[in-house]
Design a protein around this ligand. Structure first.
Ligand SMILES: [Zn+2]
Length: 211
């Protein structure tokens, strides 16, 4: 999955850390590279040398209007569909009711559908543990069903519709089967910029659009 390095890693000193107050301990590492058949992206990670705070983001350097990208994952090859997700991007996994939304702890990344499924799986396992401690058997069962579905998607046995939307046009899906169209003003308005990180599908009656 590795790509030939196109540019060099640039280090930028950012100053004091807002988390621990370290003097001049905050820096950013930036790395520009080209994704074939797509264009240049810049990955950046902010790091505090004192407290270990880290936050990653990604930016598309070409002119990209805000779009909705969709891909229907139906076989193992589709799992390699590229995913560029910036902190402002919302990812939806239709069949399992999972939504990854912007928020303070959101991170940007360049990965593929398989990588996104792995992130979701890890989050679900944590949510499942929490629900189990609470004694919420119904939610545990629901989490198990979703985890099972994810396994089947990974084995090419179940379909999964993956969508990504970004009001700033910094997120995209890249691959042969990907379809895209411009987002409407209405859709842009509805996109969350709130504190919700991952819509927890194990929560009964969860709202898709929390106010
Ligand atoms: Zn710090």
């Amino acid at each position: 999955m590795s790509e030939k390095p196109e540019g060099e890693i640039q280090e930028i000193r950012l100053g004091d850390c807002p988390i621990c107050g370290g003097k001049g301990t905050l820096k950013a590492l930036q790395y520009v590279h080209e994704i074939p058949y797509f264009g240049k992206v810049m990955e950046s990670t902010i790091i505090c040398e004192r407290c270990g705070y880290r936050n990653a983001d990604v930016m598309i350097l070409e002119d990209r209007p805000p779009k909705l990208y969709t891909v229907k994952v139906e076989n193992e090859k589709d799992l390699f569909t590229r995913v560029v997700r910036s902190k402002s991007g919302t990812i939806e996994l239709d069949e399992i009711g999972v939504k990854i939304e912007p928020g303070p702890a959101a991170e940007g990344f360049v990965s593929n559908v398989e990588g996104v499924l792995e992130r979701v799986r890890e989050t679900l396992l944590m949510a499942r543990d929490f629900r189990k401690q609470e004694g919420d058997e119904e939610a545990v069962k629901r989490a198990d069903e979703i985890l099972q579905y994810i396994e089947e998607v990974k084995n090419g046995k179940k379909p999964l519709t993956v969508k990504i939307m970004d009001p700033f046009g910094n997120s995209a899906l890249i691959g042969e089967k990907v379809k895209s169209r411009l987002l409407t003003q209405e859709e842009i308005k509805k996109l969350s910029t709130g504190p919700y990180i991952v819509y927890d599908p194990t929560a009964e009656g969860g709202e898709e659009n929390p106010e």
